[in-house]
Ligand binder design. Structure first.
Ligand code: MG
Length: 402
């Protein structure tokens, strides 16, 4: 696929810089370093290999906004191509400095000395994806002892690649049995998401990656704006509320929407509840490398075990449920579902910028159709699992899903 993409780019007059196997955020960094017009990432992200595809990044190193993305897809479908004459074709250069340049930017973000002084022991699961090389490079530069699981970037994933609890049994067991590890990290194959395991081997949940980094940045860099999508845990709002001057901007789901909200507000951090953290000084893409460095800096500053820090964060239970569009009567049925929910909950705080999100005093529910799969997602969060299910059920009934 990379060869086909290169041929396609050459045929329309682009010169191509081949970065080799690198993390998706590294492409964001390199667009900026090379002042490139854009980037193309061949990846299946957190999905198995059969889902490989191409992810576009603009000249700003960010995923294209919805209208631009639609225009790219339309042009692709219509095969509207402006081929150049063979004499006008440029060449391909290879650039192997991506990992190092990316890591350099991340190191500039944190107190390297303070982290090195703690000599952390870290178990890293890179799932044999693209993030292992930069991940290892970062942890070595930060003076960590590394137990590296699945660190060969072969693309043959060692387990089902999404960094969720069910897929990270090996990482949890290795951290637990090691007994001396300070933290376990799991990257997804293209290394834009990071899940965290505490020093006891407990998977703390992807929602905590952004929350921990938000807590740390607000405490050490002063107040600022944070951006997160509407499906992300309310923890970030509670954390921001403890810091006068901090605020949380909520956006439609999709990395491009989060980045678009970050820019005008000069946000210090953006992200998603799936373990995706965007640090604008590094790049405009979710980045597991930045997230690892900031979590280690948090541990260095706090001088306490991760489990103790997590214990102090506001606690919520989040339930994520999906419905197949095929069972609901296709994409055309979605507008009706959303309408019914909006009407039923008109007296509550309703945000209709991406599906419909209902906020009540002790929780929220978000109903929307997926951008990437033929499903409707229903997410509920509340202080207890029971209450989250109750909220989820109420909205499912109002929508006519049950
Ligand atoms: Mg990914």
């Amino acid at each position: 696929m990379a060869a086909a993409a290169t041929a396609g780019l050459l045929s329309v007059g682009c010169s191509v810089v081949d970065l080799g196997v690198v993390a998706t955020p590294t492409v964001g960094v390199m667009i900026d370093e090379l002042k490139a017009a854009g980037g193309l990432v061949v990846t299946a992200s957190h999905n198995p290999i059969i889902w490989n595809g191409m992810k576009c990044l603009g000249g700003d190193g960010a995923a294209p906004p919805k209208a631009d993305a639609a225009a790219i897809i339309e042009r692709f479908r219509e095969k509207r191509l402006d081929y150049v004459d063979v004499e006008a074709m440029a060449g391909v250069t290879r650039e192997g400095a991506g990992h190092a340049l990316h890591v350099q930017r991340v190191l500039a973000l944190v107190d390297v000395h303070a982290i090195r002084a703690r000599a952390f022991r870290v178990v890293l699961d890179s799932v044999n994806g693209a993030g292992g090389i930069a991940g290892r490079m970062l942890l070595e530069a930060l003076g960590c002892t590394i137990v590296h699981l699945n660190g060969e970037p072969t693309g043959v994933f060692a387990h089902t690649p999404e960094p969720t609890e069910t897929n990270l049994g090996e990482l949890c067991a290795v951290v637990r049995d090691d007994g001396r590890a300070d933290v376990g990290f799991a990257q997804d194959p293209d290394a834009d998401r990071l899940a965290i395991v505490d020093e006891t081997g407990r998977y703390i949940g992807e929602e905590y990656t952004l929350a921990l980094v938000a807590r740390h940045l607000l405490a050490t860099r002063g107040p600022g704006a944070l951006a997160a999508n509407l499906s992300t845990s309310r923890m970030i709002d509670d954390i921001a509320a403890r810091h006068p001057g901090a605020k949380v901007l909520r956006t439609a789901v999709g990395e491009a929407n989060v980045v678009a909200a970050m820019r005008p507000a000069r946000a210090i951090l953006g992200g998603e509840g799936n373990g995706g953290v965007i640090v604008p000084e590094v790049c405009n893409v979710r980045d597991s490398i930045s997230a690892m460095a900031l979590v280690l800096e948090l541990l260095a500053v706090e001088k306490r075990p991760l489990s103790a820090i997590v214990e102090e964060l506001p606690r919520y239970e989040i339930i994520k449920h999906t419905f197949d569009l095929a069972d609901l009567g296709g994409a055309g049925a979605v507008a009706g579902l959303l309408d019914r929910v909006r009407t039923a909950f008109a007296s509550e705080r309703v945000d209709a910028s991406d599906g419909v999100r209902i906020d009540v005093a002790d929780g929220w529910v978000h109903l929307r159709s997926s951008n990437t799969e033929p499903i409707v997602r229903l997410i509920a969060e509340a202080p207890t699992r029971e209450r989250a299910w109750q909220l989820l059920d109420e909205v499912a009934v109002a929508a006519g899903l049950k």
